[in-house]
Write a protein that binds this ligand. Structure first.
Ligand code: NAP
Length: 277
């Protein structure tokens, strides 16, 4: 896995637990790669015979020109979270969208015909936006702090899904939009290191589904905690993390990953060793 910074990631422990449980001779290593050294790092991994790697902040978009091939899952959002090395070719995918959907449906919700609000316009927001549009939502509202980034995502989505009902709203509309939407998705990093809420408490109720892409090692985010208290259906960042990891590992190894072992790391049954999180 490459990113910068990378120390907070639960992915190494999660993947290594599955490899150990199924006796597969792979190891997943977190590597802190500075933005200016990305091309060198990628060439190094190819030279060393890596099977593939995950890509996280800040490389998800910058890696695009270094790849030979892109799946639709990465091409439409314009962001890659998984790379497979096939001999001397690099194939980019994005499993954040499919991981989100798996976690969403596991929680028992519907997407077809629903009104969805996504806060954020980064890599996670792009992958999830494309994934929910594929599921036939009736309206997708996009809101982001930086208007330029929101507009770029909006234009990308409208090009890829010309029939879809996608609306761009300013940040000031966040509270109103959250009240109107049936499904609220926090796809920003709000709540990762602070206790700020992506949506106002009044907008979260038992009739709504609250999805938070953010996860914290060893505890719920404030938004998820609030959503449980208000009786909402909840899709947590940990469940999405689990399923995006399952899909990435499936692609690298060609085998069905040991989901129980991966889940145990995230949900507390297996101890995560020092330095692994
Ligand atoms: P990214 O590309 O850097 O995008 C970050 C997003 O957060 C942008 O929309 C940014 O808005 C917004 N943001 C950051 N600080 C903010 C603030 N103080 N107020 C309002 N908006 C703020 O990152 P990403 O890859 O999309 O990841 C976003 C979060 O999702 C991270 O916490 C990451 O760990 C998490 N994630 C989780 C999973 C999972 O499997 N659960 C998968 C992928 C990502 P601007 O555009 O205005 O800067």
């Amino acid at each position: 896995m490459i990113g910068h910074p990378i120390a907070h990631s639960l992915s190494p422990a999660m993947h290594n637990a599955a490899f150990a449980a199924s006796g597969q001779d792979y190891v997943y290593v977190p590597m802190d790669v500075l933005p200016e050294r990305l091309p060198e790092a990628v060439r190094g991994m190819m030279a060393l015979g890596f099977r593939g790697f995950n890509v996280t902040i800040p490389h998800k978009e910058d890696i695009l020109p270094l790849l030979d091939e892109l799946d639709d899952s990465a091409r439409i959002p314009g962001a890659v979270n998984t790379v497979v090395i096939e001999e001397d070719r690099l194939r980019g995918l994005n499993t954040d969208g499919s991981g989100f959907l798996e976690a969403y449906y596991e929680a028992g919700g519907e997407l077809r015909g629903r009104r969805v609000l996504i806060l954020g316009a980064g890599g996670a927001a792009a992958a999830i936006s494309a994934a929910v549009l594929e599921q036939g939502v009736c309206e997708l509202l996009l809101i982001n702090r930086s208007a330029g980034r929101a507009r770029r995502l909006y234009e990308k989505l409208v090009r890829a899904y010309p029939e879809a009902n996608v609306t761009l709203r300013p940040l000031a509309d966040r509270a109103d939009a959250a009240k109107r939407a049936e499904i609220l998705i926090n796809a920003t990093s709000l709540g990762m290191e602070d206790d700020s809420l992506a949506f106002p408490a009044e907008a979260i109720s038992a009739e709504k589904t609250l999805c938070d892409v953010v996860y914290r090692a060893g505890g719920e985010t404030p938004l998820v905690k609030l959503a449980w208290e208000q009786g909402a259906r909840v899709v947590s960042g940990e469940r999405m993390l689990l399923y995006q990891g399952v899909e990435s590992q499936r692609v690298w190894t060609g085998r069905e990953p040991d989901i129980r072992a991966m889940s145990s790391v995230l949900f507390g049954e297996i101890e995560v060793g020092e330095g692994q999180v």
